[in-house]
Every structure is written in structure tokens, then in C-alpha cells.
Write a protein that binds this ligand. Sequence first.
Ligand SMILES: Nc1ncnc2c1ncn2[C@@H]1O[C@H](COP(=O)(O)OP(=O)(O)OP(=O)(O)O)[C@@H](O)[C@H]1O
Length: 279
Amino acid sequence: MGTVLARLRRARVRYGDVDALNDVSLDLAAGRQLAVLGPSGAGKSTLLRLLTRELAPDSGSIEWSSSGLREGVVRQQPLLFDWLTIRENVALGQQFRANHVDQDLVGELMDLLGITPVAHSYPDQVSGGQAQRASFARALAIRPDLLILDEPFSALDPAARADLQLWLRRELTGRGLSSVLVTHDLDEALVLADDIVMIAAGRVTRRWANPEPAADQAAALHHPLRRSLREAYACLAPATQDQEDPRTAQATKDRAGGQAEDQAGTAAGRTAENHRAAP
Ligand SMILES: Nc1ncnc2c1ncn2[C@@H]1O[C@H](COP(=O)(O)OP(=O)(O)OP(=O)(O)O)[C@@H](O)[C@H]1O
């Protein structure tokens, strides 16, 4: 593995009596995408707050490869300023950081994200998908080394979500960026992540390497790691076990070989799992 941007070692964060994170060790490698899965209250947001430096560990450590690393953040809601146009919102991160706006880059990102037609609109005049695209453009406009993504697709409709996920994967790879994505969507993790960790009760409980991310959400349904992720997640959140995802039901029907293929998938999943995420 190449350069490590950030290294957490045995990090612990407490809020009063609550251990929100406990004994978490992770490497964020340059050019790799990490997905963090886990049920509600597992500690995912707390982990992101360490990475955005809003918090420091109570014990253990977080070491950065450089003090000048740039982090772009995209959250569940776009968090745009209502009194600024979409273009002004996109440029805002640059303005804050450098007191200078690279208008060419802003224009290029808006083109890439398909929001140039709404450049002069205000946030309450655009769709939720367009607003979230503006939030991605704003994060990328600071030329980040690391993108921190806190369920950035969860408020989007399925078509916009799939579209933006594919766009993001291409951009992350094309620009050589690293990302940390918190998501509840296993298929999203399979599309976007090279490494996947599961957190429960503040601890990392499982790690997977994903040597071949799925091409899209439909391909994720047949991904060799899917069963393993699903089983691990179901153990943590029993309610999800009974709720058959309609996409899974269709995928199951599609499988001609049924059980034989399941076994092959599980075996392949195990092989991929053995190639574990560091450390
Ligand atoms: N400011 C706070 N004060 C006290 N306890 C907190 C605070 N923030 C989070 N917690 C607790 O810390 C634990 C981890 O919370 P965190 O928000 O990191 O979980 P999460 O995995 O992001 O959950 P969700 O998926 O619901 O957003 C939970 O038990 C939560 O109740």
C-alpha cells in the first residue's frame, strides 16, 4: 500500500460515560476509498468528526501525513447558503480557504456535475439532486486530498443516487483522491469502496478489501462480497434480516443455479475477505 494520509491507532472517544469509539485503528491510504458501515449509534459520525478534526481522541492517536491536507466534506443535506446563488455556493469553499476563486475550476466542476444551467439560481429554486451536486462541486473545488462523505446520497431519489455514485467513483479514481464514506447502503459501499469496515458499539468489528468494486448498483447485487456484508450487517441490526430487499429478491430469482451459485459467491467472498483491509 502507498502513502498513508491518516493513521488512527487505538483511538477512543467518549461523550461523558458513552464510549462512542473504542480502540479503533485504521489507515486511510492515498488514492483508496473507504466505506464505513454500521447501525445507528455505532460511532460512524464520531469517526468522521475525528477525521474532520472537530474532535481529538481521548486516548490513542490520529497521525496525519501532512498538516496541510485538504478535506472536502459532503453531508446528507447540501447545506447551501440560501442567499447565495448555486455558483457562489460552489465557489465558497475556495473563497474561505484562499480568499481567491478559481473561476475556471468552478465552471469545470459545475459542467461536470450538470448544474451550469442553474448557476444563477438560488438553492430554494433547484431540486434536491441539483443542490447535492452543488455540494459535491463545492467540496471538490478546494482540490481536496480527502473527501469525507457522510451519507451524501441518502436524500436523493434512486436514479439521481445511482447517477451521482457513478460520477463520484470516476472522479475519485480519475483525480487520485481518497475518500471516507459513511453509508447504510451495502450496495453503495460495493460500488464506491476499495476497503469496507463495519463498526458496532464504537468498535471495528469486520474489515473487507474490495478488489473489484461493482460497476453499478445492479452489478452490486451479484458481487461476491455482498452476502458476507449482508450477513454481518444483519447480525448487528436484526430488524434488517427480515426485510427482504426487493432488489435482492429479484437477484435471487435471476440466479439460475440458486444454491450452488450462492455457495460459489460465498467462497469468492471469503477469498476477497482474506485479502483484508489494512491494518
Ligand atoms: N454529542 C454527544 N453527546 C453524547 N453522546 C453522543 C453525542 N454524539 C453521539 N453520542 C453517542 O455516541 C454514540 C455514537 O454516536 P454516533 O453519532 O457517532 O453514531 P452513528 O453511527 O453516526 O449513528 P447514526 O447512524 O444514527 O448517525 C451513540 O451512542 C450516541 O448516542
